[in-house]
Design a protein around this ligand. Structure first.
Ligand SMILES: [Zn+2]
Length: 134
């Protein structure tokens, strides 16, 4: 999985923008093309719909702004909340992979209940440890 370093927020209608560069690379045309969407482990896989191939997922059309609606069942499954969660976007072969973006603590790598302090992510137990430094 090749990270693009791109993170996008899921909007209030459960849509996510597929970055223009990726649409160009994978030759995904707005309005014209549809994508097959399915869950694989903890990721969402987007594949350009090919009518000759076997279909495993849900088919959704790419809108004029390059967005795709992520089906609600799938968002529920991965615990993705609209207008709150962001997804990290990867490329693998000719698929776009979306993974829930969970910022990790810069000290220990823990991704739970992370706070942002002066632009850095820090977890509660590291905050506690820092408080104990005298
Ligand atoms: Zn930590």
């Amino acid at each position: 999985m090749k990270s693009t370093g791109i993170v996008r927020k899921v909007d209030q209608l459960g849509r996510i923008v597929i970055p223009k560069e990726l649409r160009r690379t994978l030759q995904i045309v707005e309005i014209e093309d549809s994508l097959e969407i399915f869950v694989e482990n903890d990721t969402i896989v987007l594949k350009k719909y090919n009518e000759n191939a076997d279909i495993y997922g849900v088919i959704r059309r790419v809108d004029q702004l390059g967005r795709i609606v992520l089906p609600i069942e799938l968002r529920r499954k991965l615990d993705i909340l609209v207008e709150k969660d962001s997804l990290e976007i990867y490329v693998e072969g000719n698929s776009v992979i979306l993974k829930k973006y969970e910022p990790a603590c810069i000290f220990c790598g823990n991704a739970r209940n992370v706070f942002i302090f002066k632009g850095k992510n820090i977890c509660p137990s590291c905050i506690k440890e820092i408080q104990e430094i005298k």
